[in-house]
Design a protein. Structure first.
Length: 225
């Protein structure tokens, strides 16, 4: 999982996916849902037919009578994604008990877009949409922290005019939620001193041992607010 190290010696570990990782996941699953058996390599022939949009090196053109699929992932800016849940939990790897693990989670929305070309574009769009509710597809996505938003729209037909010819085309859009968990380790206070003064001076001194404190839920609220 990605890690960023801060100048103060602490670090943040996150399971958040980047757009390329999301697209890789859905490219692999889309190829399977369309009947291909893709391998791990991006050079696998199956990915000739199921492609990602915006490739760095471009991509070759295709024939009007061939079935091609393109997909892309875009993060969705939604209000629910600005809410976090946070907790402190014991750091079981620290035998001294002088640190705790801070975790906070939030929901991240993704929009997936597919464009299907070719004489089988209607069927391929339908197979992809219907395949999203299959158990093995949902389990594969859950392993990456991605969960389907069930309100899926129907594939939309819209022929595309290119070089004087109308190309058969269907578009599909489906939304997903990603559960992001960020983790960091924080030092705790081992002891605290309480000093009580009056006009006459110091009248009491209390030593407080904080062992066992500092865990639990610390709140829920919007980022930046």
């Amino acid at each position: 999982m990605p890690v960023i190290n801060y100048p103060n010696g602490t670090s943040l570990v996150t399971n958040a996916l980047n757009p390329q990782q999301v697209q890789n996941t859905f490219q692999y699953l889309t190829a399977q849902m369309l009947g291909y058996n893709p391998g791990a390599s991006i050079s696998d022939p199956a990915y000739q037919w199921v492609r990602q949009e915006w490739p760095t090196d471009g991509q070759p053109a295709w024939e009007i009578d061939k079935n091609y699929t393109f997909l892309r992932a875009v993060e969705k800016n939604e209000e629910y994604g600005r809410i976090y849940d946070g907790t402190y939990v014991p750091n079981v790897t620290d035998g001294s008990g002088e640190s705790v693990i801070q975790q906070f989670q939030y929901n991240r929305g993704w929009q997936l877009f597919w464009v299907f070309y070719g004489p089988n574009s209607a069927s391929n769009a339908q197979f992809t949409r219907d395949g999203m509710i299959l158990d093995w597809v949902r389990q594969s996505l859950a392993a990456s922290g991605l969960y389907l938003v069930p309100a899926m729209v129907r594939p939309q037909r819209g022929k595309e005019l290119y070089q004087g010819r109308w190309w058969e085309r269907f578009d599909l859009q489906i939304e997903y939620n990603e559960v992001v968990t960020n983790t960091t380790v924080l030092d705790t206070i081992g002891e605290a001193g309480i000093f009580v003064y009056t006009q006459k001076g110091l009248i009491a001194e209390i030593d407080v041992n904080t062992a066992g404190y500092g865990t639990g839920q610390y709140g829920r609220g919007p980022f930046g607010g």
